[in-house]
Design a protein around this ligand. Structure first.
Ligand code: GDP
Length: 510
């Protein structure tokens, strides 16, 4: 249906540069349409972006859900200074619930494993909460599934308690509260819980879903209950990962060891990390020479959610960097060379500033439009909007926000920068035309994740994905939460659907 394609192209600001580089059929189609219409597009960019994708390393496509197995939760302990984070980590490490193999000496590698008497495992990150967490978030990565928020019962909610809550919330990581120092005579756990209410952390006894455990890190009281609460939450989260295949992970610590050279601790997130495999992280690569667990024992492999010390890096990568396995040393060298190349650096910088400019323009335009319309009543505004559009639209009343601004919150995911960018371009043009507030609450590269669904639910928005997948778990979650999840591999179909959704939100003339 050439006319259809042509119309879609004409109606959008999308360059076909960004269409699926592997879809020959699609390319042929669009080319034909473009030729017929006499439009000029920059075809050169297509091969350029294709080349770029091929030169970098990327995560594998999502696994078949049937191949996923449960994995232990990875937990970060956060909280205000002096509230007992270090003490809690120490006593967890020393307590009987810790799995220390006979004869092993627990050494600090940035994380350790706790095993309950019932067999369940928990990986605790023991790097100072904020720093590690922020480093990861800055790179869009996150190794944490659960945050244990430590609040001293004799001190209550303080600055960094609030910051920790915000960090966790932004990363969409659920919280368990450990009310600490309950052994102190002046301890007042009830006060802590009441104070947390003000920050929307609602404990179970107040009808919320945040588990709260009274502990004494110093005396080791109630640590098992804390571990059990963590395991219970992990079950609800249904944490899963692929146990085999090329590995992916995150660096949580890195240091240079006199004997071993550059050493990192990694949390494995996917696949099996083995001795001898070739990894890239940031601008460094490794042929894994040795792996050590937290007992200082050499291991041959490490599966999802385990923390392991990796020896064999050519240079020291930073904490927060994402680890990807590649097929050969040759390939690793290519990727690192590409990532270090001026060309790529410039590209990344350009992209970053383009995004920043776009976001700024977007916001300014939106503010101006809103200011222009703000003196009108809702009814007048609706009429004005209608006049601007001259089409019959319908809108469900529930979709109005409190200030009667039409809005459609969106989460945009694409397979490569180019496709995300293309979608953002389209959205920009629509935003200006249709005066429906398009709120891109999140965008990024990669498959639709549970986080995306959570975010969409929070903002009552829709998810649009181009050339990305969604595991069955994620799809079910979206269905359960009533989150519209729209996946396309042909950009004009995606745009059509987005147009429909936008139109359905614009008001009818009364
Ligand atoms: P961090 O800054 O959050 O890591 O806090 P620390 O673990 O360093 O603890 C600060 C102080 O509180 C230390 O003097 C600890 O001994 C003390 N402390 C930690 N947990 C407890 C506890 O459960 N009970 C009592 N009484 N003191 C504690």
């Amino acid at each position: 249906d050439y006319d259809h394609v042509l119309e879609a192209l004409l109606n959008t600001s999308v360059d076909p540069d960004y269409l699926d580089p592997d879809s020959v059929l699609e390319e042929r189609w669009i080319k034909e349409v473009v030729t017929r219409s006499g439009m000029k597009f920059k075809w050169a960019k297509l091969s350029e972006s294709k080349q770029r994708i091929n030169r970098d390393a990327h995560p594998r496509p999502p696994a078949d859900p049937s191949s996923l197995v449960s994995r232990p939760p990875v937990v970060t302990i956060m909280g205000h200074v002096d509230h007992g984070k270090t003490t809690l980590l120490d006593s967890l490490r020393k307590s009987q619930i810790v799995s220390t193999e006979a004869g092993g000496i627990t050494q600090h590698i940035g994380a350790f494993l706790v095993q309950l008497p019932t067999g369940e495992k928990i990986t605790f990150l023991d790097t100072p909460g904020h720093a590690a967490f922020s480093a990861m978030r800055a790179r869009g990565a996150n190794a944490t599934d659960i945050v244990v928020l430590v609040v001293a019962a004799d001190d209550g909610v303080m600055n960094q308690t609030v910051e920790s809550i915000q960090h966790a919330r932004r990363a969409k990581v659920p919280i368990i509260v450990a009310v600490n120092k309950c052994d102190k005579p002046q301890a007042d756990p009830q006060r802590v819980k009441r104070e947390l209410l003000a920050h929307n952390v609602i404990c179970e006894e107040f009808g919320g879903d945040v588990q709260t455990i009274h502990v004494s890190a110093l005396k080791g009281d109630n640590l098992l209950a804390l571990a059990e609460a963590t395991v219970a939450l992990a079950e609800v989260l249904e944490l899963k990962a692929e146990p085999s295949g090329f590995t992916e992970g995150i660096i949580i610590e890195s240091r240079t060891d006199k004997g071993k050279g550059p050493v990192t601790t990694a949390i494995v997130q996917r696949g099996m990390l083995r001795r001898g495999c070739v990894l890239v992280a940031g601008k460094s690569w490794a042929k894994v020479r040795l792996l050590f667990d937290e007992n200082g024992r050499a291991v041959n492999e490490a599966g999802p959610s385990s923390a392991v010390e990796v020896v064999g890096w050519k240079e020291l990568p930073s904490a927060g960097e994402v680890i990807l396995e590649v097929e050969s040393e040759q390939r690793a060298r290519e990727v690192v060379e590409w990532r270090s190349s001026e060309e790529e650096q410039q590209k990344l910088q350009e992209e970053q500033s383009a995004i920043e400019v776009k976001q700024k323009v977007h916001l300014e335009e939106y503010r101006r439009e809103r200011a222009e319309l703000s003196h009108l009543s809702w009814r007048q505004r609706k009429a004005a909007l209608y006049q601007a559009n001259k089409t019959k639209f319908s809108m469900r009343p529930s979709e109005r926000t409190q200030d009667n601004q039409l809005r459609l919150p969106l989460i945009i995911k694409g397979d490569v920068d180019g496709s995300v960018e293309a979608m953002l371009n389209v959205l920009d043009s629509y935003d200006a035309q249709q005066q429906c507030e398009l709120e891109v609450v999140h965008f990024g590269i990669g498959d639709i994740s549970e986080n995306d669904v959570n975010m969409a639910e929070t903002f009552a928005g829709s998810i649009y994905g181009f050339n990305v997948g969604a595991s069955r778990v994620v799809q079910q979650l979206a269905a359960k939460r009533g989150v519209p999840l729209r996946l396309h591999s042909v950009i004009y179909k995606l745009i059509d659907q987005l147009k429909d959704e936008l139109s359905s939100k614009l008001p009818p003339l009364e």
